[in-house]
Ligand binder design. Structure first.
Ligand SMILES: NC(=O)c1ccc[n+]([C@@H]2O[C@H](COP(=O)([O-])OP(=O)(O)OC[C@H]3O[C@@H](n4cnc5c(N)ncnc54)[C@H](O)[C@@H]3O)[C@@H](O)[C@H]2O)c1
Length: 315
């Protein structure tokens, strides 16, 4: 029988690639998005398909969401909708709590009334990193630093999922993404460094590098290409892990290395301005991806250089 999945945030950067995957796999897909950062053009092709439906709705609107669940009767929820910026969460923690906290609770109350089999919750490996020493990688069981409201709400969401899955008998997977990059990413938010640099380089504009005195090449991050992330969602849909799984490359890359790789991909030479660190940012982040390999045999297929090459060719 055809599986029905609600994808929240499905018109966003990552969510739209996840919708592409579900439609190609033959799922019946209901994409729920308030278009606060998502775009209809991301799902334009999908809207011609019979197994894809779009509803413009806010996940914090409980009555509306209850009606959608009652009508669509999903087997699965794939929750990508979020306030996704560390900086914005510091500026407006209430907004962050409303979308990331209340939004999740609304979905959990919908599935109490309309039971599902499987819930995929998207979290952040970068924001939830612990303070790692050199050569160390973040493991799923580490105690996170929790130095921003965004990290707190994402972590709380992981814990809600673990408890509610037991109480209401459904399978779940928490996917902790590294910094995801690829087509349709917009230059904003938590993980926008690649599109921000790429846009600046294309427009011959000078970019800014935020550094710490002991990290002159900037913070480090782990970058994973969006098609590899969509594949992890496919695997979590078929074979829920009932635990947290890191989805990253396992490679630690400094922001200045990213900038240089982008210059290389675009064949340009533009200087960069140095500035101080940004509040709430984890200094170093790289994810151990052994669990994804063990549970699903998942490993990233697209390297940073390959991914940047695709972006450069399409901008
Ligand atoms: N981009 C990354 O590198 C990265 C890394 C770690 C985790 N994440 C997580 O992945 C998810 C998707 O992020 P993204 O980078 O694709 O961002 P995005 O902004 O492109 O996607 C978020 C989507 O959620 C929608 N949305 C926001 N609030 C909503 C609401 N109240 N009701 C309905 N829809 C709402 C937005 O319109 C947008 O389409 C988020 O949960 C984010 O925290 C992203």
């Amino acid at each position: 029988m055809t599986k029905k999945v609600i994808v929240t945030g499905g018109a966003g950067f990552i969510g739209s690639h996840v919708c592409d995957m579900y439609v190609a796999e033959g799922y019946d897909v209901l994409c729920v998005d308030d278009l606060s950062s998502g775009k209809l053009e991301n799902i334009e092709q999908l809207r011609m398909k019979n197994n894809f439906h779009f509803v413009h709705a806010d996940i914090t609107d409980k009555e509306r969401m209850m009606r959608l669940f009652a009508r669509f009767k999903p087997d699965m929820v794939n929750h990508h909708a979020a306030q996704k910026s560390v900086a914005a969460s510091l500026e407006d923690p209430n907004h962050d709590l409303n979308i990331n906290g209340k939004g999740l609770l609304v979905l959990l109350s919908c599935i109490q009334k309309h039971p599902i089999d499987n819930f995929i919750y998207v979290s952040s490996g970068g924001a939830l990193s612990k303070e790692i020493s050199s050569n160390e990688k973040s493991k799923e069981e580490d105690r996170p630093q929790l130095i921003s409201p965004y990290a707190i709400t994402k972590y709380a969401g992981e814990k809600y999922l673990a408890v509610y899955s037991q109480l209401f008998q459904f399978d779940y997977t928490v996917l902790r993404y590294a910094n995801v990059f690829g087509p349709r990413q917009i230059p904003d938010g938590e993980c926008g460094v690649i599109p921000i640099f790429a846009r600046n380089v294309l427009d011959d504009k000078i970019s800014t590098l935020m550094t710490y005195p002991d990290m002159p090449r900037g913070c480090t991050r782990d970058y994973v290409y969006v098609s590899d992330v969509a594949e992890a969602n496919r695997l979590a849909s078929h074979n829920p892990a009932n635990t947290v799984i890191n989805i990253g490359s396992g490679k630690e890359v400094a922001i200045l290395d990213i900038y240089e790789a982008i210059l290389e991909a675009f064949g340009k030479e533009i200087a960069i301005t140095i500035s101080g660190p940004r509040l709430g940012d984890v200094k170093r982040s790289v994810l151990l991806n052994d669990r994804a390999k063990e549970v699903w045999d998942w490993t990233p297929k697209i390297s940073l250089e390959e991914g940047l090459g695709v972006l450069a060719a399409n901008m």
